[in-house]
Structure formats: structure tokens, C-alpha cells
Design a protein around this ligand. Structure first.
Ligand code: HEM
Length: 139
């Protein structure tokens, strides 16, 4: 059961978080100028995959419960960082994209900073998931 849940968790992470990082990174470059139609599509991509991405922590928690590692420090830190990243997306990136599409200027710097932090957080979480510092289960 753990192996099935873990596979589903990793698949959801690759399929949902991957597209969000790419679409969010491309957005600032296309938000101004003639390509706003593409930018609107990228914004919708971020929003849609954010909804799909809810499966990542849900399946992660199920995997952790089935492995009995929910209290491990590396997992608690991962959960906290995932929550920060989700908050950044829902309360920072998506609203700033929406306002940019609505014609508001001056958000490019903030969007770039939010998106950079968001991508960095996923990189840290993935390293934590693989390295599991302090874990005595698995390799
Ligand atoms: C609430 C958030 C999360 C929880 C509770 C969680 C839980 C887990 C657990 C229990 C494992 C199994 C580790 C083991 O084999 O001992 C795992 C593996 C993994 N998780 Fe997560 N996870 C979360 C978020 C994420 C996110 C956001 C990503 C990617 C962006 C991610 C990517 C991975 C990957 C790639 C593995 C496979 C690592 C390996 O087996 O070497 N997880 N996760």
C-alpha cells in the first residue's frame, strides 16, 4: 500500500508541480506586449494545476501515515515548506498574475521574486523527500 501511495504522490508532484513552475516562470516574460493571450493561458495553467496539486500533500500525508513517519522531523519540515509554497502561490503569485493581466503595472519584480522563491521551495522539499535527513527507514 505504501508503494502505491508513494508512486501516486510522486506522480502527482511531477505532473502538477512541474507545470506550475514552468508556467509561473514564463508568465512575467509574456505578460506585457503582444502575447497577453499566452500569458492568460499560463495563468489558467497555474490555477488549474494548483487545484490538481492539492493531491500532492494529500497523497504525501497518506504515504507518511501508511509508513508511520508522520512525526519525523524531515517530514514536518517538508509539510511546513509545502504549506508556505502553497500560500505563496494562492495568496501571492496567482493574485499578482491576475492583476497584471488586468493591466496593472509594477508587479513584475514582485512576481519574479514570488516565483523564484516558489521554485526554490519545491527544490528544497524534493531534496528533503529524497535525502530524509535523520530518517532511519529506507536507504
Ligand atoms: C504535505 C506535504 C508532503 C508530505 C506529507 C509528503 C510525504 C512523503 C513521504 C512520506 C514520502 C516517502 C519517503 C520515504 O520513502 O520514506 C515522500 C516521498 C517523496 N515526495 Fe513527498 N510529501 C509532501 C510533499 C511533497 C512535494 C511538494 C513534493 C514535490 C514537489 C514531493 C516529492 C516527493 C518525492 C519526489 C518523493 C520520493 C522520494 C524517494 O522515495 O526517494 N513531496 N513524500
Amino acid at each position: 500500500m505504501s508503494k502505491f501511495l508513494l508512486s501516486a504522490h510522486v506522480l502527482a508532484a511531477v505532473l502538477a508541480v512541474g507545470p506550475i513552475t514552468v508556467a509561473a516562470s514564463l508568465f512575467p516574460r509574456l505578460a506585457r506586449g503582444p502575447a497577453t493571450g499566452v500569458a492568460a493561458f499560463l495563468h489558467r495553467t497555474c490555477r488549474t494545476y494548483a487545484a490538481v496539486g492539492v493531491a500532492v500533500p494529500v497523497l504525501g500525508l497518506a504515504t507518511g501515515a501508511s509508513m508511520g513517519v508522520l512525526g519525523d522531523a524531515w517530514l514536518l519540515v517538508s509539510i511546513a515548506l509545502t504549506a508556505v509554497a502553497a500560500g505563496l502561490l494562492a495568496l501571492g503569485i496567482l493574485p499578482a498574475q491576475r492583476r497584471t493581466l488586468a493591466g496593472r503595472d509594477g508587479l513584475a519584480g514582485r512576481l519574479a521574486a514570488f516565483t523564484g522563491a516558489f521554485n526554490l521551495l519545491w527544490a528544497v522539499v524534493v531534496v528533503l523527500m529524497v535525502v530524509r535527513p535523520g530518517s532511519t527507514t529506507g536507504a
